[in-house]
Design a protein around this ligand. Structure first.
Ligand SMILES: [Zn+2]
Length: 354
């Protein structure tokens, strides 16, 4: 649901990318990465242990881009930043690139504190409201059917039931209304226009912000330099094909944003080499799809292709994410007409090359 994909996909080295900035800001610090653009970093309680956030000068105040996960530590980090490098100007607006808890987790806390609006795309806002509403519910039969169909054993299904509904615990009460951002919008921040460039596949309507005047792209999780973002199918839409969305939107971003921009990603460090990185992400998935097609000469379940796709063992913590990602690749091959799918008497789905 949120990004831990670095632990699934061993990041490859990327000689075409360069990292022009120095060390990342520490807790309570900010680094100016372009005129009026401040880099903040906050910790995350998981394998991917940090997120980058951005504060943009906006007249007499600030526009914040992304907010960190709801934890006591993030509250303390925001207090330090608001009394430190951001002191003296109020937050006028909070923009969230997408609805994953490390991005939207503190949006409600910040918008209430400053009585300011949340700007976000419609699908991200509504999807987040849906996921938050699952908190406290029992895992639905649809989800159990989905993971049983992927080949999970009963121990894995029991662990899933015990953990279900955790999303809302990582998100402070959302604002009850929002201002919609749509692909192509020009968002005026201070005296600079930032164009909304939408990506799909990692999340439903992920907003990147491109400022031609500064030559800067805030890429969110859509383009990360050292991590392959998670692209998953979830039980709410078992036949979804997010990988096709992902590949198409990456190609569209390469056309919409010039290669020489400074990319400000949500994880890892700011970098140059946008087009090289996009090509590498696309090529990595296409190679995985080829390996998968080859391997499916023999019928297999979604759980039987983890090692082939991720080149590592998958267990416990990352099982649901790896399963979602396997099914994303399988559904993409189904859509391309390269494989077929059959359900056996026990409800398990088997895929094979046609
Ligand atoms: Zn994300």
């Amino acid at each position: 649901m949120y990004d831990m994909n670095d632990s699934v996909d061993a990041a490859s080295s990327t000689p075409a990318l360069t990292y022009p900035l120095g060390a990342a800001p520490g807790q309570g610090e900010a680094v100016e990465v372009a005129p009026g653009v401040l880099w903040l970093r906050m910790r995350l309680p998981m394998a991917l242990n940090h997120i980058n956030l951005w504060a943009l000068e906006d007249g007499a105040g600030w526009t914040l881009v992304d907010t960190g996960m709801q934890t006591e530590e993030t509250v303390a980090a925001w207090q330090a930043v608001l009394e430190g490098p951001l002191a003296g100007r109020p937050v006028k607006r909070v923009i969230c690139t997408h609805m994953h808890p490390d991005h939207i987790g503190m949006a409600g806390w910040l918008t209430r504190r400053f009585d300011c609006p949340l700007w976000i795309s419609r699908l991200e806002y509504l999807t987040c409201r849906t996921l938050v509403a699952d908190t406290g519910r029992e895992a639905p039969p649809d989800a159990i059917r989905f993971y049983r169909g992927a080949g999970w054993d009963s121990a894995a299904l029991e662990r899933y039931k015990a953990r279900f509904g955790g999303f809302g615990k990582m998100v402070y009460a959302l604002p009850d209304s929002y201002r919609r951002i749509t692909a192509g919008d020009e968002v005026l921040i201070g005296d600079r226009a930032w164009r909304a460039v939408v990506g799909r596949g990692h999340s439903p309507e992920h907003v990147c912000l491109y400022c031609p005047q500064l030559g800067v792209l805030i890429s969110g999780d859509q383009v990360l330099p050292r991590i392959t973002p998670n692209v998953s199918v979830f039980p709410t839409e078992p036949d979804a094909d997010p990988l096709t969305d992902w590949l198409e939107s990456l190609a569209a971003i390469a056309l919409a944003v010039p290669g020489e921009v400074l990319v400000l990603p949500s994880h890892n460090d700011p970098f140059h080499g946008l087009h090289a990185r996009i090509q590498q992400l696309i090529d990595g998935h296409e190679r995985a799809l080829l390996r998968l097609t080859e391997a499916l000469r023999e019928p297999k379940t979604a759980s039987e292709v983890f090692e082939l796709l991720f080149r590592r063992r998958v267990d416990g913590e990352v099982l649901a994410m790896a399963t979602g990602e396997s099914i994303a690749h399988l559904n993409c091959l189904l859509r391309r007409g390269l494989i077929s799918r059959e359900t056996d008497a026990t409800g398990v789905l088997w895929y094979r090359r046609v």
